[in-house]
Design a protein around this ligand. Sequence first.
Ligand code: NAD
Length: 713
Amino acid sequence: MPNAFRLEEREGGVVLLTLDLPDKKVNTLSRAVLGELAQVIKGLEGRSDLRGLLFQSGKPGQFIAGADLNEIGAMAFASKEQIGQAIDFGHGLFTRLSRLPFPTVGLVDGNCMGGGTELILSLDYRIASNAPHTKIALPEVKIGVIPGWGGTQRMPRLIGLNAIDVICSGEAVDAKKAAALGLVFDAVPAERLVEEGLRLLDYAQSSGEWKRLREQRERPLGLSPDQAMFAFATAEGYIKGKTKGQYPAPLAALKAMQKGTNLPLEEGLKAEKEAALEVMGSPISANLVGIFFMNNRLTRDPGVDRTDLQPEAVKSVGVVGAGLMGSGIATAHARSGIPTAMVDVDESRVAAGLKRAEEVIASRIKIGRATPQDMADMLERLSTSTHQSLLADADVVVEAITENEKAKTATYKELAQYLKPGAILASNTSTISITRMAESTPDPSRFVGMHFFYPVDRMELVEVIRGAKTSDQTVVTIVALAKKIRKTPIVVQDCPGFLVNRVLFPYMNEALLLLQEGVPMDTIDAVATKFGMPMGPIALQDLVGLDTSFYAGKVLEHAYPDRAEPVPILADLVQSGQLGQKTGAGFRRHGGKRSEPNPAFASILEKHRSGTPPQDHETIQYRLFLPMLLEATRVLEEKIVREPADADMGLILGIGFPPFRGGILRWCDTEGADKLLERLKAFESLGKRFEPTETLKRHAQTGERFYPLPKLS
Ligand code: NAD
């Protein structure tokens, strides 16, 4: 037993119940903790002599983080029967809590998530601390499930139809908003919580309000049919539009509310259970839970296997190149509080870079995510020059000049005169070898790739690329720096394409080969978006620019000649100067309301058309995604990344691979390696790029998975 609760009887017949998990930083509601709570409740059920109960956390600034993580992980693979039992247990426990023979008040200071929120919803009143760390949420839909311990029923009974947004978005509310919604009675300073709680108990007792509220909350909410119809239909339309039918949890939560809120609470809880069983234990929920764990791992990952290294302090940063990427990288550092120096070759480029930096903050101010003060602070921290001597103070210098190896290595040689001893030099190159370029730097062990994605202010991923001589200390420092500027770093060994572009390329190339065979571009894009990709591969080619795609493709073709098929249609378009959106036309013609296939492309296609186009969408889908999967398995075999999760998170964050699929390797686990191996057989005649890898064959033969199933106790 965890011994998680302390029960203290105070003068005046009030008990203070404190949840404080021994030896843990945060409180979670594991089965053992809930079992102990059941015992505590049992002891209180007969105490009609008491005047009230205050419930609090014994960890200042940390209320209840939600259910136990390992149990969440196991539940994603549990049987319907096991899930049903867990729901019944929670319903029973919280109903008993809600019926104690005296008024109850929850005192919330810190994060109150999921099951923690369902717990306080079962109390008569709630008061929150007004500290910024206090956040209340039912975030279950984010991991593909719904609140299943009464949240979908008690929240609407407390705050009415506002519950739809709170539950279906899964977003947290702060104390002020919680008070405005009626979710908490009041928001007060943390040190006054107990005092205010006692006052509230006095009021509850003297007015008898708590009894009336209890009765009311056990009854149907009493929405008029029109009110209900309008609110639920509007929410359903909105959710369907947003999730494209790929995320069923918010709709299941809505259904539970729609069905249950106009019934007595007990019936409503049954509706909740029914809706919860539809989504809990589904592959989509397992995938989303998986992402939650992968994110957690990345947050804690120092970037190397050893644990004895601390990141070095980075007090100031330099950026060479004020172009599209350089200005974004400099802005990201400056707005995270780091003094940043940005240099470019002439005044006009520096000015253009500075303008882009201002635009980033201006657009954030527009949507309420930044203030004019943030703009002033960012600009104060960002200094600029046309001379590299400005970089003399920098602990880390990120090079983001034009993608040209000679220019880059010449810059490193020049920089050597100015950099302070021990400064780390990082390159934002997309395609050039870090190991090779390291030889032109003062200290190859202090040289590393730091590959940001465009647009830097919105893309969370940073690939941290280790050259052959990059030291662990350098990696640890750069990983910590990337986290400090609110990015998610993934450490990758040096190889052509690094992780993301290497795994993306076979998919993009296959799309072009399908086009060359005669599959309409709209069909290719539609199959990819139906799979869940944010946009189709042909549309993506036009967006990133066909020249960029072509030159990056050349690097990969050269590096992986056995499987990278050249696509002459791309080369011809580039040669004709039709480079995609930036020139008004590429595979499609842009500028009108809708992008139409580019008529000029028809003759290029006619010239190179070869092969027989596959007809069915399923075949096209496997043609697109199997090459991506095979490359991801090669990346693992070559130990380019340390974990399958690194590859999957890289793709989710770097190219928008659909989160509900959990990544390309998780997709393989879900589909089954044996089934995918069968699919590959049908593509044998297409050549080496469809040849199964050793990993895939082994998984198919032995049932091994990239993500082993959790053990259910
Ligand atoms: P860009 O052309 O917008 O900017 C490059 C800037 O570097 C220009 O302003 C140029 O004047 C400046 N420059 C050139 N030589 C210089 C020197 N010796 N000293 C100082 N400044 C110099 O290019 P970009 O898109 O910002 O790309 C920069 C780097 O980032 C490239 O290595 C590219 O491969 C990489 N990258 C680009 C993207 C992308 O989507 N654009 C994404 C990831 C990585």
